[in-house]
Design a protein around this ligand. Structure first.
Ligand SMILES: Nc1ncnc2c1ncn2[C@@H]1O[C@H](COP(=O)(O)OP(=O)(O)OP(=O)(O)O)[C@@H](O)[C@H]1O
Ligand SMILES: [Mg+2]
Length: 446
């Protein structure tokens, strides 16, 4: 039923932001409506469907914050994701206190926004929409997976720091969200920072904020992610990428829950629960002098290792059925048969890209299957048999220029997606993009 589909509202006075965000939401298969002002939004009747609101803080007329207060007066509650620019500190702080779901700084990272939207929709409405981001939507029956769930339930209610380790695509982010959702902080913000996607020079200000004029380009005061996550959870993704020189400041923030904004003298105190994730071997980095031991031990209070899919092959049939149903439903298709031979072949594959690789393969297969039977072209188990498949999906955490160029060549210059260079290298799209930027490699296609 169309009307039960979630709806994502976007309120921003800047037409280009509005159109960009709406396009992104549509490309993810979600419905959206845009509004140029808070007044316009309030004047339009909203059907009672699961929804979420992407809201600019700084609106002329009724501000984002005013709109938040207006909406709070009448149920059902609408989770709000605020988009903030520089210099919106006082408003941001007030909005956090009023219970905003999340904050993203402009220019908005596409992946972060979509994750946040899915999370809002998933966490507020019944099982149908729990398709991303909560403990219930984590599928798996293998003993190894059950062990992870058990550990999540044990650690979630404590305030202990958690370090989630595991290969790319194993579900580390899902585990991080589950920890937040099962903790007493669940109604407070879950703030995410991908340490690999932010250039090293900007990371400090992103984490801790800065005062106006603290460096060239700091045209206004900026609130950092630590402050945004006050009373909630801060998810430090790809924590292995934190530059050595920033590690002492991070350590102090973790230990003392205090820090100074860049260029500021005043100490800021926060109450933040840290969940960190990495696909690198931090222990080895410590041994090699590339990572501070004290920070490692502080993060390592409760280590959790998410096993690769090839070590829990029993989960493959279930995950395949789950993703098939999910994408078939999303694309309005009826696919109710997966040939036993297909499942067998899937179970033999090694899955270097783990669950993400399986998920993308199923998504593509649902699109390409003409009838009710899922047709999957299972990736070649023996590399080297076809020229195009000779070097695919070789995981490399720190690829050099040559490797990146090779992966781009193999993917026809495409960075994202199941066949893209990022997947081939076992990296996130945003991670590869930032590496490419650092190395001065131009992005050729999408
Ligand atoms: N147990 C699971 N059940 C259902 N979906 C899952 C499960 N684990 C992971 N996924 C899905 O697989 C994809 C990859 O998961 P996630 O982003 O959490 O991995 P990750 O370990 O953080 O990867 P990376 O290291 O590349 O950041 C996501 O789309 C996620 O929803
Ligand atoms: Mg991740």
């Amino acid at each position: 039923m169309v009307d039960a589909e979630p709806m994502v509202y976007v309120v921003d006075d800047d037409q280009s932001v509005r159109e960009g965000v709406a396009g992104l939401i549509r490309s993810a298969g979600l419905r959206t409506r845009t509004f140029a002002s808070g007044e316009e939004f309030l004047a339009t009747p909203r059907p009672c469907v699961p929804s979420c609101l992407v809201l600019d803080v700084n609106l002329p007329g009724l501000s984002g914050l005013d709109l938040q207060q207006e909406l709070a007066k009448t149920p059902p509650p609408v989770p709000i994701i605020f988009l903030t620019g520089h210099g919106d500190i006082p408003m941001t702080v007030r909005a956090v206190k009023a219970g905003a779901a999340n904050f993203l700084t402009k220019p908005v990272d596409d992946e972060a926004l979509l994750n946040s939207i899915r999370h809002c929709i998933a966490s507020r409405w019944g099982d149908d929409f729990r398709s991303d981001g909560t403990a219930e939507s984590m599928v798996g029956e293998s003993p190894a997976f059950q062990e992870i769930l058990r550990a999540v339930r044990v650690v979630a209610p404590t305030d202990a720091a958690v370090l989630i380790q595991g290969e790319t695509g194993t579900g580390k982010e899902l585990v991080a969200r589950a920890i937040h959702d099962l903790s007493s902080r669940r109604t407070r913000p879950f703030v995410m920072v991908n340490c690999a996607a932010i250039p090293a020079t900007l990371l400090e200000s992103e984490l801790f904020g800065h005062e106006k004029g603290s460096f060239t380009g700091a045209i206004a005061q900026k609130i950092g992610r630590f402050e945004m996550a006050h009373q909630g959870t801060l998810f430090l993704d790809e924590i292995g990428e934190i530059p050595l020189e920033l590690q002492p400041k991070l350590l102090r923030a973790l230990q003392e829950q205090e820090f100074e904004r860049l260029g500021g003298a005043r100490t800021t105190r926060v109450d933040v629960r840290i969940v960190a994730a990495t696909n690198r071997d931090l222990r080895q980095m410590v041994d090699e002098g590339k990572y501070r031991g004290d920070l490692y031990y502080r993060l390592h209070v409760f280590p959790l290792t998410v096993p690769p899919l090839r070590e829990r092959r029993e989960d493959i049939p279930l995950l395949t059925r789950y993703f098939t149903q999910r994408y078939a439903k999303k694309m309005n298709r009826a696919i109710d048969e997966i040939p036993p031979g297909t499942i067998e072949a899937l179970m033999k594959h090694n899955w270097p890209g783990n669950i993400r690789e399986l998920q993308h393969l199923v998504e593509r297969s649902v699109i390409l299957s003409p009838g009710r039977v899922l047709q999957i072209a299972v990736p070649d188990a023996a590399p080297g048999t076809s020229p195009a498949m000779r070097v695919p999906f070789v995981r490399d955490e720190n690829p050099d220029r040559e490797k990146i160029l090779e992966a781009l060549r193999l993917s026809g210059g495409i960075v994202g997606g199941a066949e893209g260079a990022a997947a081939r290298l076992g990296l996130r799209r945003t991670t590869l993009q930032s590496r490419m930027k650092k190395l001065g490699i131009a992005r050729q296609y999408g």
